[in-house]
Structure formats: structure tokens, C-alpha cells
Write a protein that binds this ligand. Sequence first.
Ligand code: F0G
Length: 457
Amino acid sequence: MKTIIEPFRIKVVEPIRMTTREERERYLREAGYNLFLIKSEHVIIDLLTDSGTAAMSSEQWAAMMRGDESYAGSASFYRFEAVVREIFGFKHVIPTHQGRAAERILFSILCRPGHIVPSNTHFDTTRANIEYVGAEAVDLPIPEFYKPSVYHPFKGNMDTEALRALIRRVGPERIPLVMLTVTNNSGGGQPVSMANIREVKAICAEYGIPLYLDACRFAENAYFIKLREEGYAEKSVREIAREMFSYADGCTMSAKKDGLANIGGFLCTNDDRLAQQEKNLLILTEGFPTYGGLAGRDLEAIAVGLQEVLDEDYLQYRFASTRYLGRHIAEAGVPIVQPPGGHAIYIDAGAMLPHIPPLQYPAQALAVELYREAGIRSVEIGSVMFGKRDPQTGEEIPAPMELVRLAIPRRVYTQSHIDYVIEAILEVYKRRETIRGYRIVWQAPFLRHFTARFEPL
Ligand code: F0G
């Protein structure tokens, strides 16, 4: 059969409340044109994030009933730990309430002011947690990464020459770890190849620097390797994932993505001494090491989710639905990051709205327009999220790309929902020349995109 169907039936439904354009206009004004500040009941299709938004399976709900809520030594923890060890292969598994908690613990132990943490591209919370402890987060993607329309099978790869040059320039003692984000979320959900992971590991090993994977979308990355990298077509996604992690010294994980759970995360390492330090800090802010800020039932949901996400029928459907959205809007002329990523489609708002300068936030303008048109919530990944200030002049420096991300929650929307999204995007595309930019009227000192308020120009 050519038609790829959703490999599940629907057992519980959640109603969507429809809104009118007038209502949406009012919600936008009240939210200061920041889609993070809109109530979810006022959203028709929510593509803000694929994080924590998955629909759980009947097996996950069943497992939740088994949740052991003991403070110490919970049976749920040991089931969770066994699954994580089996798939990821690390010795120590430290549960956290979500990915950024794992990041905070890791960076507050390993990083000091003056340190530099290179990555293919840091996600916003990763970057912020590194900067918060006074270290510097450096992105070293391959040059193709910054060219949205250019096809590359592994656009998430790290530029290994640039990594070598950085280590030589600053010295390995200033680099406490190197990270690879799989898949690379900030610029298209693009995968990292096994060859690249291996090469980065070899460089790290040469200088005695640990390599960490930011593993949120590890199953999607592994499936891309299976589809695109020579020598992996016959391997299972589980085997590929296992090989990916075999090159790493540890990982941070948000189980809200490829854990198919609504909350949770973990931190892994093979280093006994580091694990002890991490657990000490965990107890201080997250909880005892056998629950780490989660309920026993959450650990159960993650343990089942991590196995379901490796099901290749699921991954085939997942990629088919993302590709379907990307193909239909790209064929009509909408510029998107090519090729489509695993979890999301990224519209190149810079190319679609060339009349709006970067510091009038074209991607923010497009995101607002999609909400106004059809109640679709997406997220700006451009100068609002990643703009910087020149430390000398105080002048705002725009981000390298102005993207709008349409992230697809796992197992939540059907093809007709996606058809609705396509129609809305094409309507907005037709009237793109009439769209105006925005200015920021209030912002927080870091992670400003979550709370900033805007005014149309
Ligand atoms: N790393 C990556 C690559 C991520 O995409 C995220 C979260 C995190 C770390 C942090 O995990 O949210 O559990 O604390 N990304 C979400 C997103 C929020 O919308 O892409 P968290």
C-alpha cells in the first residue's frame, strides 16, 4: 500500500473549540501579540511545540496505574532505569522533571566562567543554562545549516574543522564538554549522521573532552540515519540509537519529546564521581535520585514511551505527516527549511517576508498572522528568540535566520488537521506583501521570547 496511515485508533477525544477572527484579534491584543501568552482553549491547532504534547497510548495509561509512589527505592524507578540503560547504554540514569533540569545540573557542575561549550546548535534552554553559570555557548553547525533552501541529508552535523580550530585556539582545558543536539532543533529538526558523531567523538577523545548528546529526539535522528546513511538500512532503529550513544560519555534528555510523555527527563553518565555530584545537586532541587522531581507514574509512562517511539511503523507515519505538510506548502511556493525535519516544518519567514527587516521580527509577524487567519499557534525561532545584544554598543544583533516552526505533536493530529493548516498557510502566503513587522514594548533579561510584549508597526 502506498498510503501511510496513522498506526493507531483513537480511544479518547479532546474537543477543539472553534474561534472567530474577531475573537482571535482580541486575544492577540490582550496577549501583546505573544503567542505564548494565549490560552490554549483559544487555539484551534496547536503547533507551538512537540514537547510534552504527545497523546499517550493505552499501554502508557495502563502502566501509570502501576506507578509506585514510594519516596525511596520506587519499583517504577527501577523499571524506568532498566529501559533507559537498555536503549541508551549509560551506567548512571538520573531522573529530572524535564530536560532543562538535567542541563542545569550538568552545567552547574562542569562549567565555570571562561569555559566554552560547543554544539552543532544549542537549544534556547541549553544556551541559557550555560550562560547562566557564566560560560559561553558556541554553535558550530556546517555551513549548509544557514542556507534554508539548500538540501543536505545531515544538515544537523557539526563542522568538525571549526571544532578543531576552536579547541586549538582556546585550549582544551577551557572546554569542559562538547554537545551534539540530535536532531538539531533550532534550525530545522535536522539529523546528525553517525559518521559525524563518530568524527566529533574522535576529536573529543584526542583532547580528553567528554561528548554529550542532547538526546530529546534521538529516535527521529536514528530513523533518519536508517533512511539516509549508507550501511544502516538493514539495522533496527534501536541498534542505531545504541550505536549513537556508544560514542557519547553522557546525555541530557527531555522525555517530553521522544519519550512520548507529558513530563520528564533524565541525565546520564558513565562517570561514577560525576554521577555522585549530580545526585547531590538533584536532591537539593529536584528530589531523591529514585524519582528526581517526577511521580512514579511519570517514570512508568516514560519507560513505555521510550520503547514505543522506536516502533518503525510509528516513525514512518511520523515522518510521512511532517513531510506531507512540508511538501504541500513548498510546492505552492512557501519557502521552508529543506529538507523537512523530523518533528517540525520551519517556514523561512526571512525569505517569505523580505520587506520586513530582521529587527522588525518577520517570523513573529508570520506567526501572529497564522493565528489570526486560522487559530494556528506556531513559534518564532528568529531574532526574538535568538537575537543578542552587542556587549560594547548595546545594539541588538539579529539572529542568523528568521524561522517559524510548525511543530507536530506526536500522535495528536490527523491528516485533515494538517490539511487545514496547509490551507491557512497558503491563504497567508497569498497576502504576504500586506504583512507588517512588530516592535518589542516589554522584555525580560533572558529567554525574552516567552514573555515579551509586542506592538504592530
Ligand atoms: N534540548 C532540545 C533540543 C529541546 O528541543 C528542548 C526543548 C530542550 C533541550 C529542553 O527540554 O523543555 O524538557 O526542558 N524543546 C521544546 C521545544 C521546549 O519546543 O522545542 P525541556
